[in-house]
Design a protein around this ligand. Structure first.
Ligand code: C2O
Ligand code: CU
Length: 459
């Protein structure tokens, strides 16, 4: 029964809620100052995180096709850069130190500028000594909006999952361990969502809700499930797909899923059902409203990712295995007297792609590419995981279609990162339309930094 009280509560709440799509940002560059800031992650303690701004998670919004400008200023104690994960941008803006730009040393700045061609949920992070820099908190969310999606959803919330390696006093613990790096990754001791034990969100009853769920952790895999409402996956790694009823959806590190549901007159919970007992990620409370409970789900603007031509596509295989430091690299290190404990230099090697390990926290010593791709040509990459651990494999500069798996039914979808399980063979396809050298690596950062990293060249 609708009452006047409900109606008033509804309108008042509407007025009070921040509109999910604010007016277009002016064209002044966004200032991102990487420095130490304090954040309370454990009750009664503060942690000296590294962050680009005081708010964590930092959420930036920009418009599709509009020039996006950001100036990174480095005020931390080692060099850094920003990689705009999942954005199809020019190679020089990809933020990979030594490979696409010089490292941004302490005290220096670097201006990024690009016009994102795809609308959706993206993020950004450093690409050097990442296990530590991202581990300390250097990351941000970049939401690219499409004009046509304006005010489609009455609630539009970020759900950013990230764990932290903390000691009981709130200070950081060692970011990497050999035991973790050689297995499933070193896990955080404090699990957070939007820097809290879980996110507490609100939405108008009967309104459509969009949750932008991002796995920003360096190691942890989560399996999403929704309780209290019928949910749909409407985008993967930022890219729209025909709504898929959400039973469970797995996100490895770096992966994102946008989830839509109509807010009921009850609480809704987003859970992680990876382990034996579900963990609460976000609780969404309803605000009474006079909205009618009818109408179909809002539709996202269409993707512009070019469809690969599967009939002419060339097939390449990439085997993910355990690895060792190559004798060449060892000789090079010895010859050049490069210590193994220097920041951003090769250290340990546990993993390989096609028998080749490229380890190190950065990309200073560049091996030959894993593959040379012809610009404009379609490719099918067959990723085979010969190890007992899952690997979320990420390709820079391109968005691919996940076609099939040897182990499970795949809902075809677009992605920039795909989770390949133990002994699984996954096929992805894309058009190599973006010239340059593009990293391809596991996004369990310790795996990346201990060998499961390479690049392809598109020319
Ligand atoms: Cu999000 Cu090469 O990484
Ligand atoms: Cu891996």
């Amino acid at each position: 029964m609708w009452t006047r009280r409900h109606f008033l509560a509804g309108t008042a709440a509407l007025a009070a809620l921040p509109l999910p799509y604010p007016a277009a940002a002016d064209s002044a560059p966004v200032a991102l100052v990487a420095r130490e800031r304090s954040l309370s992650l454990l009750p009664g303690t503060t942690t000296p995180v590294w962050a680009y701004r005081d708010d964590w998670p930092l959420v930036l919004r920009t418009r599709r096709d509009a020039p996006f400008r950001a100036v990174l200023t480095n005020s931390v104690t080692e060099h850094t850069a920003i990689h705009w994960h999942g954005i199809r941008l020019p190679n020089a803006m990809d933020g990979v130190p030594y490979m696409t730009q010089p490292p941004v040393e302490t005290g220096e700045s670097f201006a990024y500028e690009f016009a994102p061609p795809d609308a959706g949920t993206f993020f950004f992070h450093p690409h050097c000594n990442t296990v530590e820099q991202l581990g300390r908190g250097l990351a941000g969310v970049l939401i690219v909006e499409d004009e046509a999606e304006k005010n489609l959803f009455l609630a539009d919330h970020v759900v950013a999952i990230k764990d932290w390696r903390l000691k009981p006093d709130g200070s950081f613990d060692a970011f990497s361990t050999d035991k973790g790096a050689a297995r499933a990754g070193t896990f955080g001791s404090v699990e957070t969502v939007n820097a809290k034990p879980h996110a507490q969100l609100e939405a108008l009853a009967h309104g459509w809700v969009r949750l932008r769920v991002l796995n920003l952790d360096v190691s942890r895999i989560v399996v999403l499930a929704l309780e209290g409402a019928e949910g749909f996956v409407i985008a993967t790694d930022g890219n729209p797909l025909p709504p898929v009823p959400l039973k469970t959806w797995t996100l490895g590190p770096a992966m994102r899923a946008d989830i839509a549901f109509r807010m009921p007159w009850q609480k809704v919970r987003l859970q992680n059902v990876w382990g034996s007992k579900p963990e609460l990620l976000a609780e969404i409370s309803f605000i009474e409203s006079a909205l009618p409970g009818i109408g179909s789900m809002p539709e996202l603007a269409a993707s512009r990712v070019p469809e690969p031509d599967l009939t002419s596509a060339q097939r390449l295989t990439f085997e993910l295995t355990a690895g060792h430091v190559s004798p060449e690299l060892q000789a090079y290190l010895k010859e050049n007297d490069i210590g193994i404990d220097q920041v951003c230099l090769p250290q340990r090697t546990f993993w390989a792609i096609n028998g080749r390990s490229w380890s190190g926290q950065d990309h200073k010593l560049k091996p030959p590419p894993l593959a040379e791709l012809k610009r404009g040509r379609s490719y099918i990459f067959e990723l085979f995981n010969g190890t007992p651990h899952p690997h979320p494999m990420h390709l820079h500069g391109h968005t691919f279609r996940v076609l099939r798996s040897s182990k499970k039914e795949i809902v075809p979808h677009l992605a920039d990162t795909v989770l390949v399980g133990p002994k699984e063979r996954v096929e992805i396809a894309f058009t190599a339309d973006n010239p340059g050298e593009w990293m391809m690596h596991c996004h369990i950062i310790e795996h990346q930094e201990t060998g499961m990293m390479g690049y392809v060249r598109v020319a």
